[in-house]
Design a protein around this ligand. Structure first.
Ligand code: ADP
Ligand code: MG
Length: 310
């Protein structure tokens, strides 16, 4: 197993009286693509800010490769590449100028700076457009410039807050392919937050947050194995009554989520005909699916997963 890179131990944070993180513990390992997923208000951005050492937790500790990041943020900061949700680029400057000025902030100078900027521009397919002003760029391109910029300091860990929010599907795919290449070629570790459950499916490991608490964590396979089989969803005119009737007749737990009934069952396909024959008039529609992370969220919290653009 690879080494621990980041360790959150019982991290708590509140904005005034509002608890944003409640005793959060998890670890991120070296080389991992780690996802923090959760609904709007779940605590993702607060986790991101603590990870990037911008916020100090009110309680608990955060260790970065063995260094206490709460006591010594200055020791870990140079090794972090941070990409904020809203672009932190100078709009009036060109792509290249943004990178050069940022590099200077990090103490890079002369030929080595120029070389580094050129390499990054090429790596992110920005070289041909390096003289364009940032204000003219699409959201996807801006995000690419932002990521390129965050890599100037050769960070060990790249941290991104909702990197795909606001991007169209094409730009989203492109961004993931750049990040993938980066990991393969440089072995950099990446942590990203998202409110899209399907993005969590492509991470090595995922932490699911809700109301500032860990709902669950693990690899996508581990997470899905927490579900008891297939998911059968039913539509009916009287969900409460049908829920009771099914539970009584078949002794299976039925969850009512909004107006839908959901049953988790091994070999769900075999159960459907029996179910429909037993209640021919009450069932309006039936669907069968392999469990997704969204199903897991419902399974563990009893709530539908509603992401937001916040
Ligand atoms: P997410 O990024 O998952 O949407 P956040 O970490 O931004 O969640 O927020 C977690 C909780 O903290 C939410 O209840 C949110 O309303 C609250 N919160 C976030 N930022 C502030 C702030 N600056 N002042 C007060 N409450 C905040
Ligand atoms: Mg957020």
């Amino acid at each position: 197993m690879s080494k621990t890179l980041i360790q959150f131990s019982n991290v708590g944070f509140s904005y005034g009286d509002r608890v944003a993180l409640d005793s959060l513990s998890f670890e991120i390992r070296e080389g991992e693509l780690f996802c923090v997923v959760g609904p709007n208000g779940g605590g993702k951005s607060t986790t991101f800010k603590i990870l990037s050492t911008l916020l100090k937790p009110r309680s608990g500790s955060v260790s970065f490769w063995g260094i206490d990041g709460v006591k010594h943020p200055e020791k870990v900061r140079p090794q972090l590449g941070v990409v904020f949700q809203s672009p932190a680029l100078d709009k009036k400057l060109t792509i290249e100028e943004n990178l050069v000025y940022h590099g200077k902030l990090y103490g890079l100078r002369g030929a080595s700076l120029i070389q580094k900027v050129e390499n990054l521009l090429k790596r992110f397919s920005l070289f041909d457009r390096k003289d364009e002003r940032v204000e003219k760029l699409s959201g996807g391109l801006k995000r690419r410039v932002e990521i390129a910029k965050s890599l100037l300091s050769d960070p060990k860990l790249l941290i991104l807050d909702e990197p795909t929010t606001g991007l169209d599907p094409v730009a989203r795919r492109e961004m993931w392919s750049y990040l993938d290449t980066l990991r393969k070629e440089q072995g950099i570790s990446i942590v990203f937050t998202t409110h899209l459950m399907d993005e969590a499916e492509s991470a090595d490991r995922t932490l699911v947050l809700n109301h500032g608490k860990v709902v669950t964590s693990g690899t996508p396979t581990e997470l899905k194995s927490q579900m008891g089989g297939d998911v059968i969803s039913l539509r009916t005119t009287h969900p409460e009554a049908l829920k009771e009737a099914i539970e009584k007749k078949f002794s299976v737990p039925v969850k009512k989520v909004d107006d839908e009934l959901r049953i988790e069952k091994m070999e769900g396909a075999r159960f459907i005909p029996t179910l429909v024959e037993a209640f021919p008039h009450q069932i309006l529609s039936v669907t069968l699916g392999k469990p997704t992370l969204e199903d897991l969220f419902i399974h563990l919290t009893g709530q539908r997963f509603v992401g937001g653009e916040a």
